[in-house]
Design a protein around this ligand. Structure first.
Ligand SMILES: CC[C@@H](C(=O)O)C(=O)SCCNC(=O)CCNC(=O)[C@H](O)C(C)(C)COP(=O)(O)OP(=O)(O)OC[C@H]1O[C@@H](n2cnc3c(N)ncnc32)[C@H](O)[C@@H]1OP(=O)(O)O
Length: 316
């Protein structure tokens, strides 16, 4: 039994190290790069430290991380309440740094991703977006790296969807293993209405989560779902009681995670997540993300996006 445990811990650390070099070049394996060359810029590599410096120039908001050693459950909080927790460049950098910490947190079992003040995230911060229209593929490469590392953490992760989870906010939720939704929250992949395709990897993840047909329906309709509709569609795993106040929902979400998915041996739980369930995804995922990024780059900063930004659309 001890030998089995030692082998599992070794396998976990090898797989984690594949994703744990912090901010680094997102390189395609040679075979994938060769296949991608025919797709043009999909084979490009990105210098993430340089992109990080560029993103840091777009200040505003923050992302906070709290590690609870006792429960083994961490909470990562998006904090830009005046803009309903829309993500700035600085917040993307904060999040990448916190993923580094979580990759090193060997006692952890679970993670809740939440937004402050009763909102999850209303997507990319449109003030930032307007200034970064020349920088789409680079931002996408940075986010793909961060969110792939989030998905591959040995922690069971859950996004707590309160208020709005729109565009990039909905994308973030697909980088978690589960989605718990407040009864009054709304979720929608509204990118097509904003003149772009997904920039943070959600198409790749949606296809794997729900299959091609549902992914296509979500992305081409840009439909915004209530909690009840999202549950019926299978988009979320649990809807919280309407009787809860927003402030009570985080505790309830943690309880849901702890009692369902963080209630057994830590080493085994981490091994199941990273070494078994997610062990074979990296190459195929990298190839799909490179393609998604290339398509995103074709539309970002284009006439449809500029028209959508000018229209000041509200996704009600
Ligand atoms: C790269 C990102 C890209 C992707 O690839 O995924 C995307 O994320 S695309 C999607 C981008 N997001 C949006 O288009 C959301 C636009 N906003 C709305 O639809 C509405 O604000 C809302 C989210 C439905 C909320 O409506 P309401 O309850 O009526 O509140 P307000 O509209 O008054 O919002 C309060 C305050 O927040 C500001 N806000 C909201 N979202 C964003 C945002 N994404 N970026 C920047 N600011 C945002 C809004 O402008 C209000 O501020 P004030 O006008 O200063 O009061």
């Amino acid at each position: 039994m001890d030998l089995l445990k030692t082998i599992m811990v070794a396998v976990v650390s090898i797989v984690s190290s594949m994703f744990s070099t912090g901010v680094r070049l997102l390189r395609l394996p040679r075979s994938v790069a060769l296949a991608a060359r025919s797709l043009g810029s999909a084979s490009a590599t990105f210098n993430l430290p340089t992109i990080r410096q560029e993103l840091e120039k777009f200040q505003g908001g923050s992302v906070e991380l709290e590690l609870d050693e006792q429960s083994g459950i961490a909470v990562m909080t998006l904090n830009n309440p005046k803009r309903l927790n829309a993500l700035t460049g600085k917040m993307m950098v904060d999040m990448a740094d916190h993923i580094n910490s979580l990759e090193r947190w060997t006692a952890g079992k679970g993670l809740v991703l939440v937004g402050t003040s009763g909102n999850f995230c209303s997507g990319g911060d449109l003030t930032f977006v307007r200034k970064a229209l020349h920088y789409g593929e680079e931002m996408a490469a940075f986010q793909h790296n961060t969110l792939t590392r989030l998905l591959n953490l040995p922690l069971v992760s859950v996004a707590l969807l309160q208020g709005h989870a729109l565009g990039g906010g909905a994308e973030l939720s697909t980088a978690c293993d589960f989605r718990v939704m407040s009864s009054s929250a709304r979720i929608g992949f509204v990118q097509i209405k904003m003149g772009v395709t997904t920039g943070w990897g959600a198409t790749t993840r949606l296809v794997r989560l729900f299959g091609r047909q549902k992914a296509l329906a979500l992305l081409t309709s840009a439909r915004v779902f209530s909690a009840e509709e999202a549950a019926t569609e299978g988009l979320v795993d649990h809807v919280l009681s309407y009787a809860l106040q927003h402030e009570e929902e985080l505790a309830e979400c943690k309880k849901w995670l702890a009692s369902n998915y963080c209630c057994h041996d830590t080493d085994l739980s981490r091994a199941v997540k990273s070494s078994v369930v997610y062990s074979d995804l990296s190459r195929e995922l990298v190839e799909s993300l490179a393609n998604e990024r290339r398509v995103f780059g074709q539309f970002w900063g284009g006439p449809a996006q500029k028209a959508a930004l000018d229209a000041k659309i509200k996704h009600k």
